[in-house]
Design a protein. Structure first.
Length: 187
């Protein structure tokens, strides 16, 4: 059977999105067989259907967590999804082996430019530092860390048409980089 990909979208205002909407739409065109899990659209009140979410995870070989950076982190709905769905007996603990061997990838965008999240001698942490809880979650649940794709400077509110086009091109390039990473994992 061909490998299954699950995209989990953590964007909370998809109507106003340029970057994440472009990335996800491109991934849909590239992977028409993949599952797309739009958390806010399905669970605006965070009332997850845990069995349904666990079934999607179990069916997937590669899990892509896709989100805009909010306050130096993933949007809270992503964190809540981990809290409610990655349960004892499913993701960890006795019998909690359902995620083992799967690969987790993070795909994220930020409003601030890449330089703001580039490690330097003055002690500025690199973007990878912000992903440590994701990496730890993958490790704790027996998933392989597949790496991440990141694009900064994706602020599109109040910009002119030319800038919008440039951001769209950048988001499309992000989608291509994500496709290449997925391809390197699927072999
Ligand atoms: C509530 C909120 C918090 C945000 N926090 C950050 C932040 O900590 N760092 C940053 O670089 N951008 C931050 N941003 C900007 C978003 O990351 C940026 O708008 C998004 O990546 C663009 O993607 P989109 O076009 O799909 O919305 C924040 C935006 C919102 C709405």
């Amino acid at each position: 059977m061909s490998k299954q990909i699950l995209f989990v979208s953590g964007h909370t205002h998809m109507r106003d999105s340029l970057a994440n909407k472009t990335i996800l739409n491109d991934m849909k065109a590239m992977y028409p067989q993949a599952t797309f899990d739009y958390l806010t659209e399905s669970y605006p009140d965070f009332a997850f259907d845990v069995a349904k979410e666990q079934a999607k995870l179990e069916a997937a070989d590669v899990i892509v967590i896709e989100y805009p950076m909010f306050w130096f982190n993933a949007p809270s709905i992503v964190q809540r999804w981990f809290e409610e769905v990655f349960l004892y007996g499913f993701a960890y603990g006795t019998g909690g082996d359902k995620l083992q061997g799967k690969t987790m990838i993070v795909s994220l965008t930020s409003g601030a430019p890449e330089e703001v999240y580039t490690a330097d001698a003055a002690g500025t942490p690199g973007i990878e530092s912000y992903l440590l809880p994701m990496k730890a979650t993958a490790a704790y649940t027996g998933m392989k860390w597949g790496g991440f794709i990141y694009s900064g400077g994706m602020m599109s509110i109040g910009v002119d048409e030319a800038t919008k086009q440039a951001l769209t091109d950048k988001a499309k390039d992000h989608a291509k980089r994500l496709q290449a990473l997925i391809a390197s994992i699927l072999g």
